[in-house]
Write a protein that binds this ligand. Structure first.
Ligand code: AMP
Length: 311
C-alpha cells in the first residue's frame, strides 16, 4: 500500500496522518512526501526516537543499480529515504532535462517492494522557490573529467545534495561508483563542510552484457545498444594491459581510444587515468588508480563507465 499526500497518484494511497508508522512496521507502507516542511517534520520524529536514517538521492526511472543502493541502506539503517528529483540546476542548457525519462508509478512499485520507508518527491519550485540564489561551488574536483564538457553540472549536483542532506538529515548516504567524479565531489563537500554524514559508495551494477545500468540507456536505438557494451570492453582491455605489465597511462589510454574508435556510433568525450581520491591524472598506473571514460553512443546517450586498474 502506498500512502501519499500527493493525491494525483493512482496507486492505493492514504493521507499520512500518523508520522509514527515505524512503530507499526508490519504495515509495510511507503510514505510519499512532496513538501520540504513535511519531510523535515517526519525526519525530526524519526531522529527523536534514535533511529538511523539512510538516504539514496536519485533522479528516478529506477533500475537495479539504484535499487542496489536502496538495499545497502536497508541493510545498514533503520529508516530508508529515497528521493526522486530531476534536478534542473545540474543540466546545462541544451541538455536532456525536458526529455529525461520519468516513471513515477513504476518507481513507486519498485521502492515499495523493497520496503522503502519514505519517497521524497518534491517539485522543482519546492527546492528552488522564486528568488532562490545560493549555490555550492567546489574548485578543482569539478573542473576535470565531466566538468570539462559540463562546467556547471557539479555545482548543481552539490547544491541539490547539500539541500537534500539538510532536509533529510541522513546518517548515511548512498552513491554509485558509476558516477565516480560525483562520489569524489560529494565526499569532498561532506569533508569540507564538516557534514555529520557517512558517504557509502557501492559498485557499478551492470546489464548481463556488461553495460553499466543507467536511466539514459533508454535513449539508445537497438543498434547503438548493441555497441554500448564496448565501453566496458575497453575498460577490460585497459585492465588486461595493466595485468600484462603495462604501466604507462598514455599507452593504455591510446589503446582504449583505439578500441572505441572502431565503432562509428561511439564518440569519445574523455578517457583518463586518475587517482580515485583527488581525480588527478597520473602518468604511471599504480594502486588506487582508475580508468574513467565518458562517451556518446549515438547522438542522445552520453554514458559513463570506469574501473579500478590496480587494487
Ligand atoms: P541518478 O538517478 O542517475 O542520478 O543516480 C542516482 C544514484 O544511483 C547515483 O548515486 C548513481 O551513481 C547511482 N547509480 C546509477 N547507475 C548505477 C549503476 N549502474 N550501479 C550502481 N549505482 C548506480
Amino acid at each position: 500500500m502506498v500512502r501519499s499526500e500527493n493525491r494525483k497518484f493512482k496507486l492505493n494511497y492514504k493521507w499520512d496522518r500518523g508520522l509514527d508508522r515505524r512503530i507499526y512496521r508490519s504495515c509495510d507502507v511507503i510514505s510519499v512526501v512532496d513538501s520540504v516542511k513535511k519531510m523535515k517534520k517526519i525526519i525530526e520524529r524519526y531522529r527523536k526516537t534514535g533511529q538511523t536514517i539512510g538516504f539514496v538521492p536519485t533522479m528516478g526511472y529506477l533500475h537495479e543499480g539504484h535499487l542496489s543502493l536502496v538495499e545497502g541502506s536497508r541493510e545498514d539503517c533503520d529508516i530508508t529515504v529515497v528521493s526522486i528529483f530531476v534536478n534542473p540546476t545540474q543540466f546545462t542548457p541544451g541538455e536532456d532535462l525536458e526529455r529525461y525519462p520519468r516513471d513515477l508509478e513504476g518507481d513507486l512499485a519498485k521502492l515499495e517492494s523493497l520496503h522503502v520507508d519514505i519517497l521524497f518527491h518534491p517539485q522543482s519550485n519546492e527546492i528552488y522557490p522564486h528568488g532562490y540564489d545560493t549555490y555550492v561551488h567546489q574548485d578543482h574536483l569539478t573542473r576535470v573529467l565531466c566538468g570539462k564538457s559540463r562546467p556547471t553540472h557539479f555545482q548543481g549536483v552539490l547544491t541539490v545534495c547539500l539541500k537534500l542532506f539538510q532536509i533529510v538529515r541522513p546518517h548515511q548516504v548512498y552513491f554509485g561508483q558509476k558516477d565516480l567524479q560525483q562520489c569524489a565531489v560529494i565526499r569532498r563537500m561532506v569533508r569540507d563542510f564538516h557534514l555529520p554524514i557517512k558517504v557509502r559508495v557501492l559498485p557499478i551494477y551492470r546489464e548481463e552484457d556488461g553495460l553499466a545500468m543507467s536511466s539514459r540507456n533508454k535513449y539508445m536505438s537497438e543498434d547503438e545498444r548493441e555497441v554500448a557494451p564496448q565501453l566496458q570492453k575497453s575498460i577490460q582491455l585497459a585492465k588486461k594491459l595493466i595485468a600484462e605489465g603495462e604501466r604507462r597511462s598514455e599507452v593504455v589510454i591510446e589503446k582504449v581510444r583505439g578500441h572505441l574508435s572502431q565503432f562509428p556510433e561511439i564518440t569519445i568525450d574523455y578517457v583518463d587515468i586518475i587517482r580515485g581520491d583527488n581525480l588527478q591524472t597520473v602518468e604511471e598506473v599504480g594502486s588506487g588508480h582508475y580508468i574513467a571514460l565518458a562517451a556518446w553512443v549515438g547522438e542522445k546517450a552520453r554514458l559513463l563507465d570506469n574501473g579500478l586498474l590496480m587494487e
